[in-house]
Design a protein around this ligand. Sequence first.
Ligand SMILES: Cc1ncc(COP(=O)(O)O)c(C=O)c1O
Length: 478
Amino acid sequence: MLYGENNKQKFHKVRGLVIGYGTRKHAMEISKYRLSRTPMKAETAKSLIESLLLDEGNSRMNMATFCQTHMEREATELMAETLDKNAIDKSEYPQTAELENRCVNILADLWNVPRKYEYLGTSTVGSSEACMLAGMAMKFRWRNQAREMGIDVDTLKPRPNLVISAAYQVCWEKFCVYWDVELRAVPVRKDQLTLDLDRLEDYVDDHTIGIVGIQGTTYSGEYDDLKGLNAFVEKYNRDHPMRPQLVIHVDAACGGMLTPFTEPELHWDFRLANVVSISTSGHKYGLTYPGVGWIIWKDRKYLPEELIFEVSYLGGEMPTMAINFSRSASQIVGQYYNFLRLGWEGYKLTHMKTLESASMIGKAVEESGLFDVFNEGNRTPIVCYTLKKNAKYEDGTPVVWNLYDLSDRLQMHGWQVPAYPLPAGAEDVTVQRIVCRADLTFTLTEAFVSDFKECLSDLKEAHVLCNEKKSGRYGFTG
Ligand SMILES: Cc1ncc(COP(=O)(O)O)c(C=O)c1O
């Protein structure tokens, strides 16, 4: 359904009733899809909306989302207090601009920008906006370089292209549609759900604006081999000096604020010479409520001038490159609160605990003997598995249910765990993904494991299978 469709039902009314323990305090009819003529009491409006929102999942039991579902009271208060500030208004709110600036610098440091570079970055609404900016910068930079080399960039064929593994998040498809770029997705394999470096050569040419490496894919949470990708780009650029130089953007929506703490020695970031920009979601493992994202370019030269706009700031000028103009400062404040409150040790402890929870779940999944596990949750706190072919319970009883049935069963216990098919190259494989977050306490983890085992045992006895023929997307959320 598209929002707005219901407007056609002009006379669809609901009765608003606020119960005040035994008394009918307010009763009125309101139109669902039309603005009422008259105002109502604030407490009535609040109560109506509260009851409307009751019938939703419990966000902490939503194992489908990477987005943060819990922040400390102090952070929530701070964020509520700063909702009225417009983050773009750097002149009126210079201290908010300073907090954003501090966050950009903290991230540049976490992502190891070499000192010789003049890095710059910005907050965004989330990774999607950040990826959009990264893609635009790559396209503009490629076009400028290609023009200088005498490549015809103005004819429509061939269009510029972007290379990425088929396990990309939909924001890259959006970028390519919005900016008229050909999306070249390298198929995954059933035994490797990340970027296939062996096939990369077939996908790049002189119209490639860049390659995107994913530090934590949406499908399984695994990391692309970025060191290998860097070596590929190094060699490609050496072998093709007369072509625009290939660059790498790292989509670190999931790993950008995880890997620096869990595997600080892993070279995935600006330590790799050809990585020119990195984006992340502050609302994933940055531990902030949605929506905040970040992008950093290693050096000014990777963000073409055309994409930088100046806004007034304390009587001077400040560069801005975000797409959105007005938005609340509260997410930036929340992000900075986390940096200040947790520090490096705090982030590390939080993430290690989450990894422990994920590993407990991964172990339970593995030990059931029914699944082939793609991600056991040891490296990224994401457990991803598929049902074994001809899976059998320990006593030899064959499995006659599928992962959609298991999703339904888990839902009965309040847990939201999505099942969905893998992308091109392994599309006939259905997987299930469990995303663990900081608010998944050990008590909750144990409750999940116990419910998971109970579901498996219940399904063994189940007679009704609703999802026997189900195929296609069941969906997952970022
Ligand atoms: C790899 C990847 N990139 C981009 C995104 C989009 O992130 P956001 O929801 O912050 O816009 C996601 C979301 O899950 C993701 O997993």
